[in-house]
Design a protein around this ligand. Structure first.
Ligand code: BG6
Length: 611
C-alpha cells in the first residue's frame, strides 16, 4: 500500500535531530506524567529537557540536565495539561536558554519541537524586524513567535498559518494559556496520540505512553490535531480526517529495565524470546501470518538490501544467506550512500531493513525506490512506523521495544527473518531446508547457552577495557559480525574499534598492530577456518594480544590465542547468531568496566529521524 502522500521529505543536509516530545491533557496532574513519559524517550536525545504546565498561567521549567535531575529540581507545577521535551542539540549548544519548551513574547504560547526548521534564519530576521524578541539560538523558537504573529482570537487558525511559513521537518506540540487543548502537527517526524478515558497523551514514540494506554493513533504527514481531554480532531489541509486507532501489543514491562542495570543487558538477555517470537509468527505457527514463501518472487534474478548502522550489518549476512541458499546475487547498500551517490537503480526488488522504521536516510531511499517503481519489502520492529506504512509489503520482527541505543535483539531478530525468507523460497533444496529449519528452532537454546556462560566474557571484558584501539577480524559470513562487534564496542565503550576482513590485514592494518592493539578474531568451523588460524599467527607475530571467538569443540585455538571466548557449536550459516551475542556481551561488559553511560552513549540516538 504505497502512499506517496506519506512522503514530502525535505533533504536537509548536515543536521542530526532526534528529540523526544510529549503532551498530556486530562484530569490528572500533568507534571508527573510528563516527566515519566520523557524518561522513556531519552534514547532519542538527552542533553537537556523541560516541561510547561498550564495552571492559571503557563509555567516553564527547563535546563541542560537529564530528566531525572529536572525531576529533582522541579517545584510542584499545578495543572492538568502540559507539554515536555528531551533534546538533542543541533541549533545552539545544550543550555537552559536553548532547551525546550520555547515561548512567544507574551509567554502565553509554549512549543516543543522535534525536527529542523530549515528557513528559521530568515523567519527569525523577519520576526525580529517586526519587534519579536527571540532569546535562544534555536530554530524552534520561531514557531511560538509565528503563532503569536498570526493569532487573531482563533489559536487553531494561528497554528495553521504559522505552519504554512515553516520549511523543514517538524513534530510539534503547542500549549496556549487559557485554552483547554493542545495542538499537534507532524511533517517528516513521527508523532503519536495515546488515547485514554477522559485524558489523552501525545508522544514521539510508543514507549512514552505505555504506562497509561496501549491505544495509539499515528499522525500522518501534514496532519494537524486538536486534542482536548475528551476529544481528538485531526485535519489535513483544513479537511477533517479519520485516523485508525491501533492497539499496541507491547506491555509497559517491555519498556522497563526490570532487574537489569541497563536496558542493553536486559535486551541482550531477551534474545532467545525475540528469536522464538519472530520464528513463531511465520514458521512455528500452524497459521503463519504471511506465507514467507510468497515474499521473495520465485523468479527473482537479483535483489538489493538497503539499511543503516547495525541493520546494514544484518543485511550483509542476509546477502551471504540468500546467495548461499538461492544463488541469487544480492547487493547491500548503505541508505545514505544510495540517496546521494546512486544514479541508476539496479534491482527489481529491494528488502529494506530498519528496526525503528523511522530512520530518515532509509525513508528517503524508499521514496527514491517508490518513484522508480521498485517493489519494497520492509522488515521492521515497529508496527505503525512510517516505513511500514510506505512499503509495498511489511513483515515484522518480534523483538519487542528496544530502548538501548545500541541495537542487539533487533539485530538477531532481523537475522531470523532473513533466514526464514531465504529458507521459505521455493528455490531451496527441500532436504537442506528441513535440516536448517530444524537447527533454526534450536537457536534460542544455543543463544541461552552463550548467555549462561557470560562470566567468561566478563573476564575478557576486564582485560579489553584497558585498551583504546582494537581490531575485530573475520571471514565469510562472519566478516559482518566483525564489523558489528566493532560497532558495538565503539558505540558504548568509546574504544576505537575497527572490523576488518582478516585477509586484508596484511594490506595495511598490520602497520597498526602492536602490544597495545588487541585483535578479536572470529574463528568459525567452516571453509575459512585454516585461513583464520594463519591470520592469528600473523597477528601474534606482530605482538598484538588475540582474543579468539571459537566454538566449544575447537581444541586448537587455545594454543594460539591469549584468551578464548567459547560459543556453542552450530552450522556455519548460523554461527553469526551465537558470535554476535557473545560480542554484544563483550562490548557491554567492557563499557561497564569503563563506567560508560551504556544505554545513552554520547552523540548517538536510537533512531535518526532527519538526514
Ligand atoms: C542508529 C542506531 O541511530 O540507527 C543504530 O543507533 C541503528 O543502533 C541505526 O542500527 C539504524 O536504525 P534502524 O532503526 O533504521 O534499524
Amino acid at each position: 500500500m504505497p502512499n506517496g502522500e506519506i512522503f514530502s521529505l525535505n533533504l536537509i543536509y548536515g543536521y542530526l535531530v532526534m528529540c523526544g516530545i510529549v503532551g498530556y491533557i486530562g484530569n490528572r496532574q500533568a507534571q508527573p506524567i510528563l516527566l515519566n513519559s520523557l524518561s522513556k524517550l531519552e534514547y532519542r536525545g538527552y542533553d537537556s529537557c523541560g516541561v510547561a504546565v498550564q495552571g492559571s498561567a503557563i509555567e516553564v521549567y527547563k535546563d541542560a540536565v537529564r530528566v531525572q535531575e529536572l525531576k529533582q529540581a522541579l517545584p510542584r507545577l499545578s495543572g492538568r495539561l502540559g507539554i515536555g521535551h528531551t533534546r538533542w542539540a543541533t541549533h545552539g549548544e545544550p543550555s537552559q536558554i536553548n532547551a525546550h519548551p520555547h515561548l512567544d513574547c507574551s509567554g502565553k504560547i509554549a512549543v516543543v519541537h522535534n525536527g529542523v526548521i530549515s528557513n528559521f534564519q530568515r523567519l527569525r530576521q523577519q520576526l525580529t524586524s517586526e519587534g519579536h524578541s527571540l532569546v535562544s539560538e534555536t530554530d524552534t523558537e520561531v514557531i511560538p513567535h509565528l503563532i503569536e504573529k498570526h493569532y487573531q482570537g482563533n489559536i487553531e487558525k494561528a497554528v495553521e498559518a504559522a505552519l504554512g511559513e515553516l520549511e523543514g521537518s517538524y513534530a510539534i506540540v503547542v500549549l496556549v494559556a487559557g485554552e483547554p487543548k493542545v495542538i499537534v502537527a507532524r511533517k517528516d517526524c513521527p508523532l503519536i496520540i495515546g488515547v485514554g478515558d477522559g485524558e489523552n497523551f501525545v508522544a514521539s514514540d510508543v514507549p512514552a505512553i505505555l504506562d497509561y494506554t496501549n491505544r495509539v493513533i499515528y499522525l500522518e504527514e501534514g496532519d494537524i490535531g486538536v486534542i482536548t481531554k475528551d476529544s481528538i480532531k485531526i485535519t489535513r489541509g483544513k479537511i477533517r480526517v479519520d485516523r485508525q486507532e491501533h492497539r499496541i501489543s507491547w506491555s509497559r514491562e517491555d519498556v522497563q529495565k526490570a532487574s537489569y542495570e541497563h536496558f542493553m543487558l536486559k535486551e541482550i538477555h531477551e534474545q532467545p524470546k525475540a528469536i522464538r517470537d519472530t520464528l513463531g509468527e511465520y514458521v512455528l505457527s500452524t497459521e503463519p501470518l504471511i506465507d514467507l514463501g510468497l515474499i521473495l518472487d520465485p523468479n527473482l534474478e537479483d535483489l538489493s538490501i538497503l539499511a543503516c548502522g547495525t541493520s546494514y550489518h544484518a543485511g550483509l549476512i542476509g546477502k551471504y544467506v540468500i546467495e548461499e541458499l538461492l544463488g541469487i546475487p544480492v547487493r547491500v547498500e548503505l541508505a545514505s550512500e544510495f540517496n546521494h551517490c546512486r544514479r541508476t537503480i539496479p534491482s527489481t526488488a529491494t528488502i529494506v531493513l530498519t528496526q525503528s522504521g523511522e530512520t530518515a536516510d532509509v525513508l528517503t531511499a524508499m521514496k527514491k525506490l517508490l518513484e522508480a517503481g521498485i517493489r519494497t519489502l520492509v522488515i521492521t520492529n515497529v508496527p505503525g512506523s512510517t516505513a511500514s506504512r510506505v512499503a509495498d509489503q511489511t513483515v515484522y520482527i518480534k523483538a519487542g521495544p528496544e530502548v538501548s541505543v545500541a541495537a542487539t535483539k533487533t539485530f538477531i531478530a532481523q537475522l531470523m527473518m532473513l533466514y526464514q525468507l531465504a529458507l521459505s523460497h521455493p528455490g531451496v533444496n527441500r532436504r537442506i531446508c528441513e535440516r536448517l529449519f530444524a537447527e533454526l528452532r534450536q537457536l534460542p537454546a544455543k543463544v541461552q547457552q552463550v548467555l549462561d556462560n557470560e562470566h567468561q566474557i566478563v573476564d575478557c571484558a576486564r582485560y579489553l577495557s584497558e585498551y583504546d584501539d582494537v581490531f575485530f577480524i573475520g571471514r565469510g559470513i562472519n566478516l559482518p559480525i566483525a564489523l558489528e562487534g566493532a560497532l558495538k564496542l565503539k558505540e558504548i565503550s568509546y574504544i576505537h574499534a575497527e572490523g576488518y576482513a582478516a585477509g586484508e590485514l596484511k594490506h595495511g592494518p598490520f602497520a597498526l598492530l602492536d602490544r597495545d592493539t588487541p585483535v578479536i578474531a572470529i574463528v568459525a568451523h567452516d571453509n575459512t577456518y585454516g585461513a583464520m588460524l594463519t591470520n592469528i599467527k600473523e597477528v601474534k607475530a606482530r605482538k598484538s594480544p588475540v582474543i579468539a571467538l571459537a566454538d566449544e569443540a575447537d581444541e586448537v585455538i587455545g594454543q594460539l590465542a591469549d584468551l578464548v571466548i567459547r560459543v556453542p557449536c552450530v552450522s556455519s550459516i548460523f554461527s553469526p547468531v551465537v558470535n554476535a551475542v557473545a560480542l554484544q556481551l563483550l562490548a557491554y561488559y567492557t563499557a561497564r568496566c569503563r563506567g560508560c553511560p551504556i544505554d545513552f552513549p554520547r552523540n548517538l540516538a536510537k533512531s535518526v529521524t532527519v538526514e
